[in-house]
Design a protein around this ligand. Structure first.
Ligand code: PLP
Length: 353
């Protein structure tokens, strides 16, 4: 499908831009919607993966960032700031670099950023400050700074982020010719579940889909404030992108859940890692751990009988970020290479040919 210059151009009728808006794009969006035969067989319904790891900086954050940076540029801003578990900063750093006119300040929780994401923010020349605190504390600082100085906030509480991210739902509908029956998605700050729900509703309103999916959100068990009904002071999970104890879009995520007749559940780190390895080994899709929460979640729901009676339904899982973001986790979860002499016979024997 044609995607000449990113999501703003493709979906401009649904976005707050006009002819004079200076679009800052890295040609994001138009990501593959991959039917997983393996998961389809396991679940008994058609499972599609919306592979957001194939965006320019390797996560869905680019959909929101092209909008946020474009609108910041339109306003004449010269600096933006975000708190980040990694991918927001990678994306903000790349899009500000692309803008040619903006600086980027990033606050991250020290020691809890995947290596690839940190590398991205640094190479794109963002000013990165690691605090001895968690994401929620980082976001509070960013709110204070952006309230009081001429710096634009580009976390997902920036409404333009949600506007951009809703195009993920548009692409799903355009590709399937209809909205799916279910949509599964990891939940951290809850911006993306909010954005997809908004997107599905707008597309239905525009007559481009006739139904709405049930939204199935998944938090990590050690960082599941929405499931528990209260903030988590010290969130813990290997899925660092959803290691959030007090989601910025909490209420909107609950609205998406309730209006759609869906749910928000928790999955353990073990379940996340299992789904992470399964996706890579059995479908060929390498995602970062947080992304696998959506797949871990639907496997768990299947086990609980949630999908009974929905045999031919379609379910789309947003797999949010690329596996190469977090190579350390991958290496820790596989068998190390066998070290051998450069001996043909011995190698053939080792392979079992
Ligand atoms: C940001 C992010 C999430 C969480 O999205 P929210 O909008 O914060 O709920 C999940 N996975 C990855 C890879 C992310 O970068």
């Amino acid at each position: 499908m044609l995607n000449p210059r990113g999501i703003i151009e493709r979906y401009r009728d649904f976005l707050p831009v006009d002819d004079k808006t200076p679009i800052v794009t890295l040609h994001e969006g138009n990501t593959p919607l991959i039917l997983s035969e393996d998961l389809t067989q396991r679940l008994g319904l058609k499972v599609y993966l919306k592979y957001e790891g194939l965006n320019p900086t390797g996560s869905f954050k680019d959909r929101g960032m092209t909008m946020a940076i474009t609108k910041a540029k339109e306003k004449g801003c010269t600096a933006v700031m975000c708190a980040s578990t990694g991918n927001t900063s990678a994306s903000a750093a790349a899009y500000t670099a692309r803008s040619g006119s903006m600086r980027c300040f990033v606050i991250i929780p020290e020691g809890n950023i995947a290596l690839g994401k940190l590398a991205q923010a640094m190479i794109h020349n963002a000013k990165v400050i690691a605090i001895k605190g968690n994401f929620d504390e980082a976001l509070n600082i960013v709110r204070e700074v952006t309230d009081n100085y001429p710096v634009e906030l580009v976390n997902s509480i920036n409404p333009f982020r949600i506007e951009g991210q809703k195009t993920g739902a548009f692409e799903v509908c355009d590709e399937l010719g209809e909205a799916p029956e279910f949509h599964a998605i990891p939940v951290g700050n809850a911006g993306n579940i909010t954005a997809y729900w908004k997107g599905y509703n707008e597309y239905k309103g525009a007559g481009k889909a006739t139904q709405l999916p049930k939204m199935l959100g998944f938090q990590a068990a050690g960082a599941a404030p929405i499931v528990l009904g209260k903030p988590v002071e010290n969130p813990e999970t290997i899925a660092t992108a959803i290691r959030i104890g007090n989601p910025a879009s909490w209420k909107l995520a609950e609205a998406a859940r309730d209006e759609s007749g869906g749910l928000i559940h928790a999955v353990t780190d073990e379940q996340i890692l299992e789904a992470y390895k399964l996706l890579a080994a059995s479908t060929g899709v390498f995602v970062e751990p947080a992304s696998a929460a959506s797949v871990a979640g639907i496997l768990k729901l299947k086990h609980e009988g949630y999908f009974d009676g929905h045999k031919d339904a379609r379910i789309v899982c947003t797999v949010t970020g690329h596996g190469l973001k977090d190579p350390n986790i991958a290496i820790k979860n596989v068998i190390e290479p066998v070290v051998m002499e450069a001996d043909l016979k011995a190698i053939v024997q080792e392979i079992g040919l």
